[in-house]
Design a protein around this ligand. Structure first.
Ligand SMILES: O=C(O)C(=O)C[C@H](O)[C@H](O)CO
Length: 314
C-alpha cells in the first residue's frame, strides 16, 4: 500500500527547560513546538510517505513556526486554519528533577481548540490510505470533537484505514469522560495504539496481553500496546507478536510514543508485515528518545539502519 496519511489535532509552542530544577528567572529554556499528531505526520513524511496535518493555529509567531516547520518537513498543511483572533497554545515543560518532567498547558479556549468540521475535507480523507486520530483532539473542545467524528465518518465511508492512539491527557478531561468518548472511537477504528494505563481506561484487565485481547474485542483488527522500555506487543487477527525496545541511551522520553506510531503507520503504508511495522516502530521510538525534543530526532528512511541491532525487513 503506498499512500497518504491524514491526521488532525493541535500543535502548540513549547518552552522546555534544558536543565533539571524548578522554574526560576533565568532558567535555561529551549523554544520548540509539540503536538502528538504533528509529530506523527513529520515521522511518516521523513519515512518517505505523503502526510497531511489539519489543525488551527493563531496568527502569531508560534503558529508561523508550526506551519513553516511542517511545510519544511513536506507535511501538507493546506487545510489548516489560521485564527485571526486567538493566540496559539503553549506548554511549559519543566525538568523538575533529572528524570521527572512536569507539563503545564496554556491552551484551553485558544486557537487550537477552534478546530472544527470546517477544516475536515472528506475528499482529502478519501484520497488517503490512513486517517490517524488521537484521544487528545476530542478533548480540546466540542468543535474539535465534532471534527474528529466528521473525519472518522469520511474515512469509514471511503474505506480508509482508521488509526487511533488513545493518548489520554489527564489535564484535559476526567477519566470517565475520556473512557466514554474513546470507547466510541475504538469501536470504529482499525488500528488502536495505547499504553497500559490508557488501555486500562477501557479494559481494566491485568496483563498487557489480556488488555490487547479485550481492546480487540471492541472492534479493531490491530491492537498495539506501547510498553516503553519493555517494548511493544501487537495483536493482529488473533496473533500476538512481541517487539523488544532497542537498547539506546535515553535523553528525552517525550514524543517516543508518537515516533513509535509514525514508524508503525509508515510500515502500514510500506505494505509491510506486522513484524516489519513493529520493528520500524521500535526503531523510530529509539531515535526519538535519544534526542531532545518531540520530533527533531525522528529518523529519515535512510537513517533507520544507523541503530545497531535493528533489522528492518518486510
Ligand atoms: O499533550 C499534548 O497534547 C501533546 O500533543 C504534546 C506532546 O508533544 C505530546 O504529549 C507527546 O505525545
Amino acid at each position: 500500500m503506498r499512500g497518504k496519511l491524514v491526521t488532525l489535532g493541535e500543535a502548540m509552542g513549547v518552552v522546555a527547560a534544558t536543565e533539571p530544577g524548578p522554574l526560576a528567572p533565568g532558567a535555561a529554556m529551549r523554544m520548540d513546538f509539540a503536538g502528538a499528531e504533528a509529530t506523527v505526520a513529520i515521522g511518516v513524511s521523513r519515512l518517505g510517505h505523503e502526510s497531511a496535518w489539519v489543525g488551527s493555529v493563531g496568527a502569531d509567531a508560534v503558529g508561523t513556526m508550526v506551519l513553516d516547520r511542517l511545510r519544511a518537513e513536506r507535511v501538507d498543511v493546506s487545510r489548516c486554519r489560521i485564527d485571526p483572533e486567538l493566540p496559539s497554545g503553549l506548554m511549559i515543560r519543566e525538568r523538575r528533577t533529572a528524570d521527572r518532567i512536569r507539563v503545564t498547558y496554556y491552551r484551553a479556549g485558544l486557537a487550537g481548540s477552534r478546530l472544527s468540521v470546517g477544516e475536515v475535507d472528506p475528499e482529502q480523507i478519501a484520497e488517503a490510505s490512513v486517517l490517524h486520530l488521537t484521544g487528545i483532539t476530542p478533548a480540546l473542545s466540542a468543535t474539535a470533537r465534532d471534527a474528529v467524528h466528521a473525519a472518522l465518518d469520511a474515512a469509514v465511508d471511503a474505506g480508509v484505514t482508521v488509526s487511533l492512539d488513545l493518548n489520554y491527557r489527564s489535564a484535559l478531561w476526567p477519566r470517565a469522560a475520556a473512557a466514554a468518548e474513546l470507547a466510541k472511537l475504538v469501536s470504529r477504528s482499525d488500528i488502536v495504539f495505547a499504553g497500559p494505563d490508557e488501555a486500562a481506561l477501557l479494559v481494566p484487565t491485568a496483563s498487557p496481553a489480556a488488555m490487547a485481547e479485550s481492546l480487540a474485542a471492541l472492534g479493531p483488527s490491530q491492537v498495539v500496546l506501547k510498553l516503553g522500555a519493555e517494548g511493544a506487543l501487537a495483536l493482529y487477527r488473533g496473533r500476538m507478536l512481541r517487539q523488544p525496545a532497542l537498547p539506546v541511551t535515553m535523553v528525552d522520553p517525550v514524543g517516543a510514543g508518537d515516533a513509535f506510531v509514525a514508524g508503525y503507520l509508515a510500515g502500514v503504508l510500506d505494505g509491510g508485515s506486522v513484524r516489519h511495522r513493529l520493528r520500524q516502530a521500535a526503531t523510530c521510538g529509539a531515535f526519538a528518545v535519544s534526542v531532545p525534543g518531540d520530533w527533531a530526532g525522528l529518523p529519515f528512511r535512510h537513517e533507520l539502519e544507523l541503530l545497531a541491532g535493528t533489522d528492518i525487513q518486510r
